[in-house]
Design a protein around this ligand. Sequence first.
Ligand code: NAD
Ligand code: MG
Length: 333
Amino acid sequence: MTEFAPTRRALVAGAALMGAAAASGSAFAQNSQSNSSGAPMTAQAAQFPKPPYPEQQQPWPGLAQRMNPRPDHGEETYQGTGRLSGKRALITGGDSGIGRAAAIAFAKEGADVAIAYLPAEEPDAQEVKQVVERAGRKFAAFPGDLREQSYTTGLPGQAVQALGGLDILVNNAAYQQWVPRLEDLSDEQFDQTMKTNLYAMFWLTKAALPHLNQGAAIINTSSEVAAAAPENLIDYSMTKAAILLFTKTMAKQLASRGIRVNAVTPGPIWTPLQVVGGQKPEKLPQFGATTPIGRAGQPVELAPLYVALADPAFSYSTGQVFGATGGDAQPGA
Ligand code: NAD
Ligand code: MG
């Protein structure tokens, strides 16, 4: 089990965050090994599923528990070290995928956690509840539709009531549907993408601000598509680029209040988003194959990044963009 130890996770996360810093680089080198293509990875990462993945589709919004193979959100594999002891977090889309990995890691790091998700995702949310409560932390569940302003603006107050305060906001929920051509992009889809990915982030952040104090952190999930601009994801990519600008402007505005705002740009990650029309179904078996690491990332591999950005010790970084792209180029650095 030593290769799964939190110290190694922290080192790997640290290396990712510090980029080319010599000290981090040597720590990473000492604690990593190479796969056959030469990509650096931990022993745990070497065991993650590789392409080809089984073909599969689910109706939107999809369930992580119905995916094959099931994503690793850190239920068993993430180990905390108390970095977020006593913090209170609200995470949208916390039922599955990257949001679930953040929820689980936050709880294992000592934080109480509230998640927002669609009512259809209750079976996934129940799994998160079990893991958070097993970690000895408070859990609050707020099912609803982020496109509804009154539901969304009510979330921070509800989280404060349930957890006793709010220190960390993760704007992570998103809608992604591929369409071949602009002529196929309906007004309904365009509206759903903008409402879910942008309006909800705006409404939620605004409603959360009265509750956030010095040392608080906001983390926004963007994407590598903000720069890669894949031809079939017009509306989605527009929102992911806008999230970077929202992050940078809000960071400037909130620095004097001691609140940090940072963004994460994932690459191809094995989550329900991808099996509900997020991309062409026939591309799914080779998902992530063209990255230098050569496979899709697992949600748990982003957990150390969300933990680091939530950790008040990371106090000099705001308005920054942090990638987890499997080695592909990432935007906004
Ligand atoms: P996911 O499907 O597990 O999470 C998305 C969540 O969004 C859902 O669980 C759902 O709860 C929430 N959601 C969507 N529409 C909603 C609505 N109207 N109301 C309430 N909740 C709603 O997939 P994921 O990949 O973990 O996505 C999390 C974030 O990661 C998203 O912002 C996504 O854009 C980003 N991202 C994912 C990838 C990837 O390859 N999976 C790559 C880059 C960025
Ligand atoms: Mg989900």
